[in-house]
Design a protein around this ligand. Structure first.
Ligand SMILES: *[C@@H]1O[C@H](CO)[C@@H](O)[C@H](O)[C@H]1NC(C)=O
Ligand SMILES: *[C@@H]1O[C@H](CO)[C@@H](O)[C@H](O)[C@H]1NC(C)=O
Length: 408
């Protein structure tokens, strides 16, 4: 099959556990023309290829992204093709329980190797997905100019990665800073956790209860299809303008939020007093999701209610700080649902276990007006609602990964 050279050829690195399947389906849709001439997905995972990967212009390659030679090889185009045009960097550790060294090696160092190679090969765009590991003000949605605080080692190294990327000479970088992502086949993150746990409370016919008082804490959401659509729109935008113009139109300084002593230890890290500039766009939906609204929408979808523990109960829980205790009921309920499913489910990527990060209180509110104004992006799924949750659950059911409980 001859490559259609009027369309860009694309490399996606990482994200098979997060958003890159959605991007692949967006770029190479099942029932319409592909947006790309060629697509290569490179990740550390060995995957049972999703349907899109059976199309001739899509190639999946398993590679160890901490190895420079493997990255160089991944950038070599297939025989007879021209160099790759666009790179989507969806790499980065999303598990909060990993050590700081692992965060440095798999988030910061991997992205650095990718970006250096991409810059050397003069790719037309390099899109970095930034996960919402930040704490923003509860009162005002953060704009791209606001200095917001990354949370925990995971957040600090994801943020440091942006400073490093911004400083790489000649890299046609654009950063897409997303909210809490959810959507079909997205089995990681706080939203699928909330959906799963709500289903357990619905099944048990008990209210779902939160430890955090009913303030208006924003926990802004984004559908994975918009992560794909937004990443594509940003890639075309920076490819049209080039980095210099992109910085003029949308560049913001990225402040230091790390330990100064690390600068000497970590290769490629910028001194604390440098403020590199890069184009950054927030991407969240229009529903202004909060802890309360998300809790209410997911619990009502499963026919139950969202409530709060009273002060004494929640103090006891916080003192206990015992993940196992808090998780016991969810996990037991979910296990029962899986066994009662028709047919029973023995293997699913979805878990009702909430890790420390998921259980903690988060305040993430982003203003999404800049990407609409400057890139002209139009949200495909502006609302976090029952229809979008239903689609997620129905698709998991079709995969045999979500319990099918006959109604009584
Ligand atoms: C990837 O390469 C690094 C560095 O050589 C090595 O330490 C690590 O074990 C490799 N990972 C896998 C999964 O092979
Ligand atoms: C992290 O990377 C450094 C430098 O490549 C290596 O020496 C170290 O063993 C790695 N640590 C882990 C935990 O992967």
């Amino acid at each position: 099959m001859a490559a259609d050279s009027s369309k860009p050829s694309v490399l996606i690195f990482g994200g098979l556990n997060t958003c890159s399947r959605a991007l692949a389906s967006f770029l190479v849709p099942l029932h319409s023309d592909p947006l790309v001439s060629y697509l290569r997905i490179v990740d550390k995972y060995s995957v049972h290829p999703p349907t899109t990967l059976e199309i001739p212009i899509v190639e999946y390659r398993q590679a160890n992204l901490t190895v420079p030679a493997a990255i160089q090889a991944a950038f070599d185009p297939p025989e007879g093709n021209t160099a790759f045009d666009y790179v989507f960097d969806f790499t980065g550790e999303v598990r909060n329980d990993r050590s700081e060294t692992i965060q440095i090696n798999t988030t910061f160092a991997v992205s650095r190797l990718l970006a250096l190679e991409a810059s050397k090969r003069q790719v037309k765009s390099y899109v970095r997905i930034q996960q919402p590991f930040y704490e923003t003000s509860a009162k005002n949605a953060a704009s791209e100019k606001d200095d917001i605080k990354p949370v925990e080692a995971m957040g600090i190294w994801w943020h440091e990665t942006l400073r490093m990327l911004a400083s790489i000479e000649g890299l046609n970088l654009v950063i897409l800073r997303i909210g809490f992502v959810y959507g079909p086949y997205t089995d990681f993150g706080n939203v699928i956790s909330a959906i799963t746990v709500a289903s357990v409370y619905g099944y048990m016919q008990k209210p779902m209860k939160s430890m955090w008082s009913p303030g208006k804490n924003p926990t802004n959401t984004i559908h994975v299809e918009d992560v794909a659509g937004g990443a594509w729109a940003c890639a075309n935008w920076v490819a049209n303008h080039g980095r210099k113009k992109a910085d003029e139109l949308a560049g913001v300084p990225i402040p230091f939020h790390n330990d100064k002593t690390k600068v000497k230890e970590v290769e490629g890290m910028l001194p604390h007093d440098e403020k590199p500039v890069a184009p950054i766009f927030n991407l969240v939906d229009d529903s202004n999701s909060t802890l309360v609204s998300t809790g209410q929408i997911v619990s009502s979808f499963f026919g139950t209610t969202f409530e709060f523990f009273n002060l004494i109960e929640s103090t006891v829980f916080k003192l206990l700080d015992d993940l196992e205790d808090i998780n016991e009921h969810h996990v037991e309920g979910w296990t029962e649902m899986l066994s009662k499913s028709v047919p029973p489910i023995t293997n699913t990527p979805i878990s009702a276990y909430m890790d420390k990060y998921t259980l903690e209180k988060h305040v993430v509110g982003f203003d999404n007006s800049k990407i609409k104004q400057i890139v002209g992006y139009k949200l495909l799924r502006p609302d976090f609602n029952h229809a979008n949750i239903k689609e997620v659950v129905d698709k998991w059911k079709a995969e045999g990964a979500w319990p099918n409980i006959p109604s009584t």
